[in-house]
Design a protein around this ligand. Structure first.
Ligand SMILES: [Zn+2]
Length: 422
């Protein structure tokens, strides 16, 4: 029986396919990318139902009476980009800190001048839900214009329960009102607030006992994340927080090995985290632990660039060890303002030494796995959701190469055209 289509991306210059997509723990990691010329992709009810040479569309697909045709002439289709790690909801401007940092002022000076994460916490606590929504919605439009079709957004600028819940409501409103797919992560354990510095264990217990059950009750968060670092949460505290989340149906994620190797990777494997993120300092032992664990190692080249680190995450070693490496933006007000998927693709090549194909797979399919959705998002394949980006380019290889140039002309999410560029 012929598939029926209600949307067709027709007559593409090329479609970008992954012939051996990673399908989860225990399966091989394929990095191959193939370009099929003169291709069409047909969808129905949000999913891809047929792909093939444009010339065969008429013979192989029944078109619904109201079928939407998107002209792909001269354009290259890639899967919608997935940004699996952001702190997109925030308020305030920290451009002065950025300037101090590039001029070599030590971080302690910046803190003394009222900077750092606690400044964002103050701004988010003061901001109204409407203000937070409007600021974040603008950023989301920018991300969409660069081809991001799925984005994860964390809380973590509340550091008190009412503000964390306020952030979750803002993320939920974005999910309802914006076309981009949005996944919310609760990150009450982003930092220890100034007033609780003397009693981090008490703060940890409060998150586990009081906050996580309340957050779970709202049904607004899918994941529970923690910043495991010397100045944030110890491995023991992080374990408590992640286990409390699991007990309430929140899947674990972790910020690990960003500054120091404390055991965050071991903890990620132990609790079955969906992803372990940053991994700037991860060495061969950590990479060996991640191998075959099902934890998606997610590296954030925008952050190490923005912080002017001399060292970047060992992405090549991870690929060579067979890990399903993902890349994400880590967009946030302090340590990374990079947002556009194309820029992250360029940084993955320039800083992490990925090939263009590796960067594409890491920023689409593997990032979808980092959100637990690697079976339905992240690739152009029959049966998956029809999330596609059309590029005014001769090949996906131009995305990273043409640094800072937005090549995106159309974006489809669930088969629906949601963005048209100039
Ligand atoms: Zn982060």
């Amino acid at each position: 029986m012929k598939p029926v289509a209600d949307v067709v991306l027709h007559n593409l210059a090329a479609a970008t396919l992954f012939p051996r997509p990673y399908r989860g723990k225990g399966t091989p990691v394929g990095w191959e990318v193939e370009e099929r010329p003169a291709w069409s992709i047909a969808g129905k009810d949000g999913a891809i139902v047929w792909m093939g040479p444009a010339a065969r569309l008429g013979a192989e697909v029944d078109l619904a009476a109201d079928c939407v045709f998107v002209n792909g002439a001269g354009l290259v289709a890639v899967p919608g980009f997935v940004d699996s790690h952001t702190h997109l909801v925030y308020a305030g401007d920290r451009s002065d800190e950025f300037e101090m940092r590039v001029q070599g002022r030590p971080y302690l000076d910046i803190l003394a001048a009222g900077g750092g994460i606690l400044r964002s916490v103050e701004a988010v606590r003061q901001g109204s839900e409407e203000e937070l929504y409007q600021e974040a919605a603008q950023r989301l439009v920018e991300a969409l214009a660069w081809g991001t079709t799925t984005i994860e957004i964390k809380t973590g600028y509340g550091l008190d329960l009412p503000t964390e819940l306020k952030m979750l409501r803002v993320i939920d409103r974005l999910r309802r009102e914006m076309p981009v797919r949005i996944v919310a992560t609760f990150m009450g354990a982003h930092a220890v607030p100034a007033a609780r510095k003397a009693d981090p264990d008490g703060f940890t217990d409060e998150i586990c006992r009081d906050w996580i059950p309340e957050v779970a009750k709202t049904g607004l968060a899918a994941f529970n994340d923690v910043f495991t670092e010397n100045k944030a949460f110890s491995v023991a505290q992080s374990r408590k927080i992640l286990e409390a989340g699991v007990a309430h149906g929140l899947r674990p994620k972790i910020h690990a090995d960003e500054i120091n190797v404390l055991g965050g990777v071991d903890l990620a494997v132990e609790v079955g985290a969906v992803s372990a993120d940053h991994l700037l300092m991860t060495g061969p032992e950590g990479i060996a632990k991640l191998a075959g664990s099902g934890v998606i190692p997610t590296v954030l080249p925008g952050t190490s660039t923005y912080l002017m680190e001399k060292h970047h995450a060992p992405a090549r070693a991870m690929i060579e060890a067979g890990l399903p490496l993902a890349i994400a933006s880590d967009h946030n007000p302090g340590s990374c303002q990079f947002l556009g998927a194309g820029l992250i693709q360029s940084l993955a090549m320039l800083q992490l030494r990925l090939s263009a194909g590796e960067a594409l797979v890491a920023g689409t399919l593997h990032a979808a796995h980092a959100l637990g959705q690697g079976d339905r998002l992240g690739a152009l394949e029959v049966g998956r959701q029809f999330d596609a980006v059309l590029l005014d380019a001769t090949s996906y290889r131009q995305v990273g190469y043409r640094v800072g140039q937005n090549l995106v002309r159309n974006v489809l999410i669930g088969g629906r055209p949601v963005f048209q560029g100039a």
